[in-house]
Write a protein that binds this ligand. Sequence first.
Ligand SMILES: Cc1ncc(COP(=O)(O)O)c(C=O)c1O
Length: 464
Amino acid sequence: MALHRHVSGPGGQAKLGMRPQSEFQLPAEVDEVPRLRLGPVGLPPGVAYQVVHDELLLDGNARLNLATFVTTWMDRQADALMAECTSKNVIDKDEYPQIAEIENRCVNILSGLWNASGDEEATGCSTTGSSEACMLGGLALKWSWRQRRIAAGSPADRPNLVMGTNVQVVWEKFCRYWDVEARLVPVGPATHLTAEAAVAHCDENTIGVVAILGSTFDGAYEPVLDIANALDALAAGGGPDVPIHVDAASGGFVAPFIDPDLLWDFRIPRVVSINASGHKYGLVYPGIGWVVWRDASRLPDELVFKVDYLGGEMPTFSLNFSRPGSQVAAQYYNFLRLGFDGYRRVMSACRENARWLAREIGNLGPFELVSEGDGIPAFAFRMHEGVPYTVYDVSEAVRTRGWLIPAYRLPPNLEDIAVLRIVVRDDMSRDLAEDLVEDLRRLIKRLERQPQVMADSPRTGFHH
Ligand SMILES: Cc1ncc(COP(=O)(O)O)c(C=O)c1O
């Protein structure tokens, strides 16, 4: 959309009454725009807008980005609310008490959804995403463990955290930044952590076990209940009493609605904290995450800072300070707009579309499914043995139609397996999914005919 072009001339002067200049020959369109240094003078807003807008055309189309779990579509009303709140700083609780109140309501809604006891005010907060939420969950585990060790007169200088090698990179970051040994449990033949392997890696220095509800690699739910039962047995046998943090970045907004009988949340006593990304299946634009503790006793007091709030004090726990209130308002909007049934319908549709797409892709011939969309609505697939092109070729080929499908290797131990992964979100209709299958059908025919394919190294920007 060209803004102001017809009325703004050089220097932003209105040129009403004059013949407009050519749409694409305003000064900033023909002159060089300063890129790495601040220009000596500014541009009129319409021109500056257009320059930035035009450059951004080179980004991929977010709706066709099947690599991301992050929300790429919201209602118009949510857009409006977000625009109304971008100038409100979430941290200014005293100045914007209503955003603070709304954040608090969201924490209570999630705490209830994840089956915390509900006897007291929920303990948790919003964050910029699951990464910050995981850091906060991990810090609470570390501080709690240290308190227990010090109280018992035991050394508290060598903490470790147990998790599968399939964890998202945030957990390795957490361990490096906060000086905790990352005890990475090899996966395989299952693509994720198992109860036996988790327990075998725990000792008295283990601050916790991370279980993932919706593995980033293939969408599978890790067996939280089995892991908890195995840890119960370990403690009952005189071993360490190890808590669980559930990284439900994606699954925290999926399982409660379409897998109500799956035990993974605070119904399991050993689960002390849970994080989720509001900007994934919470259906809010980036960036918002949530972390909730079973109860206040699981969040050590030393980690909580008090900020002014309506003349009183409000507890806060965060790694950063300022950020816009937009995402919090949008999360609450979604809770009101969709309710339980709305989220259930969205998640059911995502799962149905994911399973349908997985089946269709499995039937195309060259692909073998690694997962089928039975956990979070995402699935991974690999090439059948003997197919003369690689997942990287496929990933590159689909880009010619605008689809972004990442190709990558599974974690250590299974790294010989390279896969493609598709995330099905709310905005993927069956109709669009059919287009994707047709494109794949056409592109694999082309790949079969091409004499020199076989790209064998990652060329997609997929990061764990
Ligand atoms: C399991 C898991 N944990 C943590 C994260 C990090 O989440 P965020 O992007 O919200 O910081 C992701 C992101 O994909 C994830 O899949």
